[in-house]
Write a protein that binds this ligand. Structure first.
Ligand SMILES: Nc1ncnc2c1ncn2[C@@H]1O[C@H](COP(=O)(O)OP(=O)(O)O)[C@@H](O)[C@H]1O
Ligand SMILES: Nc1ccn([C@@H]2O[C@H](COP(=O)(O)O)[C@@H](O)[C@H]2O)c(=O)n1
Length: 206
């Protein structure tokens, strides 16, 4: 049977905006019919640096990501090939040893703060979503999440937010809203969810 190119849906937005919430709702709905790729898994490996230096790096600048690898992987998936996706360990600020095999599916969700930043990635996206939320809500959510799930303490989260997360958001994340086809005010917004859900159903039926 002829291979059909996967449709790639980019889900962008600031930290804590609700990207994963939105993505997970779609994954729950479509299960194995959609594949999720987390941009965070493409953070560069920094085995050459000790932990104390890795924790001070700027993780909100586009250069923090290995974009060439992500591009290559998206091209391979588009060509119907399987990829070995890297995985990331936030508690060590480094790429993990394990990789994840990803088979080419009909629909790929690509989620991350900067998935709409690079024009080469953007060109591979068929639908672009930007999840929006007020900065105060985002940082509060991040504090709760990162202390529970990413092995961080509040002092470190606040310091990182003020030195890199907030300024990079204004410079690199926020401007990509202009590229979005759909802007939603929350990952829990049912209308936006329904729009994307209908679109995916249509693609899977075709
Ligand atoms: N609309 C919302 N109302 C309340 N909590 C939310 C909402 N959206 C997300 N959250 C919570 O905030 C945290 C961060 O959301 P998440 O979807 O992981 O954001 P992102 O992937 O954009 O960083 C999670 O714990 C999530 O459950
Ligand atoms: N070692 C790292 C790598 C990334 N981050 C932060 O993750 C944020 C992106 O993930 P979201 O789920 O919040 O969208 C980004 O803002 C980085 O600052 C980190 O803290 N440490």
């Amino acid at each position: 049977m002829k291979h059909r190119m996967p449709v790639i849906i980019g889900i962008a937005g600031g930290t804590g905006s609700g990207k994963s919430t939105f993505t997970n709702r779609l994954k729950d709905e479509f299960k194995d019919q959609v594949t999720v790729i987390y941009h965070d898994n493409y953070y560069r490996a920094h085995d050459e640096l000790p932990f104390e230096e890795r924790k001070l790096l700027n993780y909100d600048h586009p250069d923090a990501f290995e974009t060439e690898l992500l591009l290559r992987h998206l091209e391979l998936l588009k060509a119907g090939k399987t990829i070995e996706c890297p995985t990331y360990d936030y508690s060590r600020h480094n790429r993990a040893k394990e990789t994840m095999r990803i088979e080419p599916g009909r629909v790929i969700l690509l989620e991350g703060i900067l998935v709409l930043f690079d024009s080469r990635i953007r060109d591979l996206l068929d639908i672009k979503v930007f999840v929006d939320a007020d900065a105060d809500e985002r940082i509060l959510r991040r504090i709760l999440r990162d202390t529970k799930e990413r092995g961080r303490d509040v002092e470190n989260i606040v310091d990182q937010y003020l030195t890199t997360v907030k300024p990079m958001h204004g410079l690199y994340v926020e401007p990509t809203r202009a590229f979005a086809d759909i802007i939603t005010n929350s990952g829990m917004n049912d209308v936006a969810f329904d729009l994307v859900r209908c679109k995916i159903r249509e693609i899977l039926k075709a």
